[in-house]
Design a protein around this ligand. Structure first.
Ligand SMILES: Nc1ncnc2c1ncn2[C@@H]1O[C@H](COP(=O)(O)OP(=O)(O)OP(=O)(O)O)[C@@H](O)[C@H]1O
Ligand SMILES: [Mg+2]
Length: 258
């Protein structure tokens, strides 16, 4: 059984076919790359998988269940957690409070408990705090736990975004361009972090324009263009695929990043 299976999915915006009859699978334990030129439909596919947009047609199967059209919070509860292309943080919260929000956000029981201070809330909150601190340590952010999120450098803000996602207990972690806007050092650190998360057994789907990173991290890569799958295979197979070179404007951009 595949952990995630996208079957024949299309998503139109008016006359625009952002996703066009796409099939994609992600297997438990793998780290899979999803690449394609700007506007290829990568983020739209994440939106369809995570329930932000309903597919125009086709099915999404996650962990053996048909989840087509499920709402985002429901998908998160089921263990499908994604980050966004833009950094989405509570900028005026401390780093720790951001991760705590990730712990609570998707669990209704905890959420209401926190609001009404029911018995057991204090205990749960202590548990969440321990978990949040563990995540921050794992992510190398522990020393910044009391800083406001807005005061962190860009690379650390992106790492905090991943920390919040981890706090929501993913089975499948879907990252959308985690190193956008990062310098080489920050990119290297994020690569190490993703490797570490994967080593712990996490299944990861990764959208990324940085080819060095995609080729370095992913066992298998799917390439889409104009909403259609144009290639799939190992990094070496993708590097040599002429359709992929053509999609990336004669390979210039592609070679530059590889
Ligand atoms: N909500 C929307 N309404 C209308 N059109 C949309 C919407 N979301 C995406 N699109 C269009 O769908 C196409 C695919 O966009 P998408 O953001 O999925 O591309 P992408 O592969 O993530 O690109 P990038 O690498 O630049 O992030 C684009 O033409 C985009 O303009
Ligand atoms: Mg995108």
């Amino acid at each position: 059984m595949h952990l995630l299976e996208i079957k024949n999915v299309s998503r139109y915006f008016g006359g625009l076919k952002a996703i066009d009859n796409l099939d994609l699978v992600v297997d438990k334990g793998e780290i899979k790359g999803l690449i394609g030129p700007n506007g290829a439909g990568k983020s739209t596919l994440y939106n369809v998988i995570s329930g932000v947009h309903r597919p125009t047609s086709g099915r999404v199967i996650f962990n053996g269940k048909d989840v087509t059209g499920h709402k985002p919070h429901k998908m998160t509860e089921m263990g499908l957690v994604r980050t966004f292309q833009a950094t989405t943080l509570f900028k005026n919260f401390s780093v720790l409070k951001n991760v705590l929000a990730g712990c609570h956000l998707y669990s209704k029981a905890n959420f209401w408990g926190a609001l009404f201070n029911t018995p057991g809330t204090a205990k749960r909150q202590r548990g969440s705090e321990e978990k949040a601190l563990e995540i921050l340590e794992f992510m190398g952010l522990l020393e910044y736990k009391d800083e406001l999120a807005l005061n962190l450098p860009h690379g650390h803000q992106r790492a905090l975004g991943v920390s919040i996602a981890l706090a929501a207990n993913p089975i499948l972690l879907m990252l959308d361009e985690p190193v956008t806007g990062m310098n080489d050092e920050e990119t290297g650190e994020m690569m190490e972090i993703i490797n570490k998360i994967h080593d712990r057994g996490m299944t990861i789907l990764l959208i990324e324009h940085d080819m060095k990173m995609v080729m370095g991290l992913c066992e298998k890569i799917t390439v889409i263009n104009f909403g259609k799958k144009i290639a799939e295979g190992s990094p070496d197979e993708i590097k040599e695929n002429p359709d992929v070179h053509e999609a990336y404007l004669g390979g210039e951009y592609y070679v530059a990043g590889s």
